[in-house]
Design a protein around this ligand. Structure first.
Ligand code: NAD
Length: 245
């Protein structure tokens, strides 16, 4: 499917980064078995919720600092090198696709990024790395304006970013192959992207360890680890491309 396609979209979720040591949300032992998600409205209105939120985020930043792109991220980067990646839509906030070498103009970060921190009052942005000492020492870091600081990610209950959502919908509706990697496909509107692609006539492939609600409409489903599956896909693609030359 990828070999024949002109416009391949890869769509990744937390499952592509578990092999880098960053837990996903919904797998057994995932984040949700230990932390209750904090809604955006709670973050704004309740100091205990803000503290809980930052306890989880500190753990995420520790995981991020210790993590490197894995074989699956590298395979997605190789798809771009091979001229076989039109857009990469990611729900991930860990920045590992950029570290693996995908260009920023190919990546649509649907749920924002942990690499930036934003003030919820004045909107000022800083590199998370620059704020690490304060993140380590303050229960809830505050902006110079007095507002609460929060990673530039989209929390539950927070509005989706308009530009990224539109770009992802356009890519999904105009691609000819759509490859899902490591997503439970339960978080909407992100999870509607593969549906849009399929309904617009694209082939749909899903690589995920557990079943997803869209397996029944997919053209192919691989219940395998992302690293092994994507390495095999890129190997096969390269041998077909070499054979065609
Ligand atoms: P999810 O936790 O709902 O689902 C992850 C899926 O990946 C699961 O179905 C699991 O079976 C599968 N999986 C786990 N390890 C795998 C592997 N090695 N190979 C193949 N499949 C594997 O994640 P989601 O669908 O991305 O949605 C949850 C939200 O979590 C997203 O909004 C995302 O922003 C956020 N999140 C991101 C990160 C990250 O950036 N790394 C980590 C945790 C949560």
């Amino acid at each position: 499917m990828i070999a024949d396609a002109q416009r391949v979209v890869v769509f990744t979720g937390a499952g592509i980064s578990t092999e880098s040591g960053i837990p996903d949300f919904r797998s057994p032992g995932g984040v949700w078995s230990r932390y209750k998600p904090v809604m955006y409205q709670e973050f704004l209105s309740d100091h205990e919720a803000r503290k809980r939120y930052w306890i989880y985020k500190r753990e995420f930043y520790d995981n991020m600092a210790a993590s490197k792109p894995n074989a699956a991220h590298r395979a997605v980067a190789e798809l771009e090198t091979l001229g076989k990646l039109w857009f990469l839509i990611t729900q991930n906030i860990d920045g590992l696709h950029q570290d693996a070498g995908n260009s920023t103009d190919k990546i649509i970060e649907l749920h924002g990024t942990n690499r930036w921190i934003e003030c919820v009052s004045c909107g000022a942005r800083s590199w998370a790395e620059d704020l690490m000492p304060r993140i380590r020492n303050e229960a809830v870091p505050q902006c110079e304006c007095g507002g609460w600081l929060k990673p530039a990610t989209i929390s539950f209950g927070q509005a989706m970013p308009v530009r990224e959502t539109n770009a992802a919908q356009q890519a999904a509706s105009a691609c000819d192959a759509f490859l899902v990697v490591g997503s439970s496909l339960q978080v909407h509107p992100a999870a509607s992207m593969p549906l849009i692609a399929k309904q617009s006539g694209a082939g749909l492939a899903i690589v995920n360890l557990e079943p997803t609600p869209l397996d029944r409409i997919a053209d192919t489903v691989w219940s395998e680890s992302a690293g092994a599956a994507l390495t095999a896909i890129v190997r096969e693609l390269k041998s077909r491309m070499a054979g065609a030359n």
